[in-house]
Design a protein around this ligand. Structure first.
Ligand SMILES: NC(=O)c1ccc[n+]([C@@H]2O[C@H](COP(=O)([O-])OP(=O)(O)OC[C@H]3O[C@@H](n4cnc5c(N)ncnc54)[C@H](O)[C@@H]3O)[C@@H](O)[C@H]2O)c1
Length: 323
């Protein structure tokens, strides 16, 4: 039986094509995810660097097109993965809305500002094009379980947390913001207190305190990326401490226990450690795309989620301007 959906990838860079190979254990590229699932047929790449386009199409046993128009000329394209740098997301998302497609799998951030994001949402709603935004932690079962445990009150009320990131508030900080929205809830207030243009000239990495609608706060700290790459989160609840370490590949769960040294005191003690299947996130996202197109499953990271993350980023940006 033929494959159900034809896929085009725009941008044959790291996340589009080169973070892994067909024999890699982890599925880290859009190309690997779509070629691993038999219901999808990877038609090819559109990439403005022709050498890279050729290398990617050789690696993934497909072809490449010299432009978007050429790709659509003779092909039915159902799904487009958008894997170009952040500054081109808006322009290409907008251009894609002129073609007859079913869904775009869009790399984060959705756009560079809220005005652009609003325009994209309105265009996609009008043209009935679905869009899944790749905030990858939403596609991992262990984080879904963590979210459910938090929601069920198993850890008690959220008190506070902190986390570390670098390389831009929009670029990487938005991962942190999206993840917090996902597991804790909406952010009602922000207070930026420090920033550093550690990678992008137009996207400072901002340190800030975030306050949540359901109570509790979180301090996001920027760690300039020339030191090292870090993406870690610690969350303190009434009964539990959760540490998400190793770039999100590991969770530690600490629970309250009577101190063995000091009578009457209660401390947090590490009770368990869990490996996170972040290496499956991309494949799970593509399965979500298949289930959404075929059976109407809800997309796990919507245009609205992409918009909300940007909204917090914009508030933070405004916060450093007003300093
Ligand atoms: N979700 C995640 O965890 C995650 C991880 C890494 C990267 N990303 C996102 O993916 C995007 C790409 O990142 P990357 O590291 O792969 O970048 P990259 O620079 O390695 O690749 C981008 C590619 O896009 C090509 N390109 C640029 N403009 C184009 C255009 N108009 N038409 C066709 N090709 C064009 C470039 O030539 C390059 O090959 C970024 O927006 C980044 O934020 C997301």
């Amino acid at each position: 039986m033929g494959r159900n959906y034809n896929v085009l990838i725009i941008g044959a860079g790291n996340i589009g094509a080169f973070f892994d190979t067909p024999s890699s254990l982890n599925i880290l590229t859009h190309a690997h995810a779509f070629t691993s699932i038999k219901e999808f047929n990877l038609l090819g790449f559109v990439e403005r660097d022709s050498e890279r386009a050729k290398k990617a199409s050789d690696l993934w046993n497909t072809t490449y097109f010299e432009s978007l128009e050429k790709a659509f000329e003779k092909n039915r394209i159902d799904v487009v993965s958008l894997c170009v740098p952040d500054e081109y997301h808006y322009e290409l998302l907008k251009k894609l809305s002129n073609f007859s497609i079913k869904l775009v799998f869009a790399e984060k951030p959705l756009a560079k500002n809220l005005k652009e994001a609003e325009e994209i949402i309105s265009l996609y709603n009008k043209k009935n094009i679905k869009c899944l935004v790749n905030y990858s932690r939403r596609f991992v079962s262990e984080f879904a379980n963590l979210k459910n445990s938090i929601l069920s009150g198993a850890y008690g009320k959220f008190i506070c947390g902190n986390g570390y990131y670098g390389k831009g508030t929009m670029h990487n900080g938005s991962h942190l913001i999206d993840f917090l929205r996902y597991i804790i809830g909406e952010i009602k207030e922000t207070k930026a207190f420090n920033y550093d243009f550690d990678f992008y000239k137009d996207d400072a990495s901002i340190s800030a305190i975030l306050k949540f609608k359901n109570g509790g706060n979180f301090t996001m700290n920027n760690i300039p990326c020339n030191n090292y790459t870090i993406f870690e989160i610690e969350l303190l609840f009434e009964k539990t401490r959760i540490r998400i370490i190793d770039s999100g590949f590991k969770i530690e769960i600490h629970e309250v226990s009577d101190s063995s040294l000091f009578k009457g005191y209660r401390n947090l003690v590490k009770r368990s450690e869990l490996n996170i299947s972040l290496g499956n996130a991309m494949e799970n996202a593509v399965i979500n795309i298949y289930n959404s197109l075929s059976f109407g499953e809800k997309l796990k990271c919507t245009l609205e989620d992409g918009y909300r993350a940007l909204e917090v980023c914009e508030k933070l940006k405004a916060g450093i301007k007003n300093e």
